[in-house]
Design a binder for this molecule. Structure first.
Ligand SMILES: Cc1cc2nc3c(=O)[nH]c(=O)nc-3n(C[C@H](O)[C@H](O)[C@H](O)COP(=O)(O)O)c2cc1C
Length: 175
């Protein structure tokens, strides 16, 4: 922009419009590049499969300078959800639905205003992995912008599956 204004010869380089532009640019740069994305990651896992996925995602987000909190879903406080830019729910499927701790968590945040936040859902499964869709549906009803598709891995995550989770964490921290 400075080059454009300058080459037009109509605006001197020391004019107030140039200094105003430079000030605005500083704010833009600090807002978009220096503020890290805050992730709150809650997981449930009976045999460790979904937990491993959640930690791989967290590693990716952290490596890309995201600020992360990762906990068992029962330990996540509503205040942490309120302060998150991205809510990540990692849920396995049992009996075609999310486990009771995940359902309890969803009831607990039902009354919070989550509009404008982003979310991502992942989980291990063996048949259809229905819990992931149930959680996505709930978040969408709350006005949350859910990043899709989710990651569903069959059974015990492979090295490649975990890399997929980490890659998604990195992507969401930099988008
Ligand atoms: C009793 C039982 C019920 C299950 N029900 C489902 C189900 O309805 N749908 C599905 O996709 N997987 C089902 N699974 C498979 C689990 O989701 C799968 O083993 C998953 O890897 C468990 O993840 P976790 O180690 O994070 O708990 C079931 C497993 C068990 C033991």
């Amino acid at each position: 922009m400075i080059d454009l204004l300058n080459t037009s010869k109509s605006v001197p380089i020391d004019s107030p419009i140039i200094s105003c532009y430079l000030e605005l640019k500083k704010v833009y740069v600090s807002d978009t590049h220096l503020t890290s994305m805050k992730f709150v990651i809650g997981y449930e896992s009976y045999h460790g499969n979904t937990r491993t996925m959640a930690y791989a995602f967290e590693r990716g987000a952290r490596e890309a300078a995201g600020e992360t909190i990762i906990k068992h879903i029962r330990q996540i406080k509503p205040a942490e959800i309120k302060s998150a830019d991205v809510i990540v729910i990692a849920t396995p499927t049992y009996h075609k639905k999310p486990p009771s701790n995940v359902r309890y968590f969803m009831r607990g945040i039902e009354k919070l205003d989550l509009a404008g936040k982003r979310a991502f859902v992942l989980g291990s499964y063996e048949q259809e992995g229905e819990a992931v869709e149930r959680v996505i549906e709930f978040l969408k009803l709350k006005g949350v912008q859910v990043v899709e598709p989710p990651i569903k891995l069959l059974g015990k995550p492979t090295k490649e599956g975990l890399e997929e989770c980490a890659k998604k964490g990195r992507e969401l921290a930099t988008e």
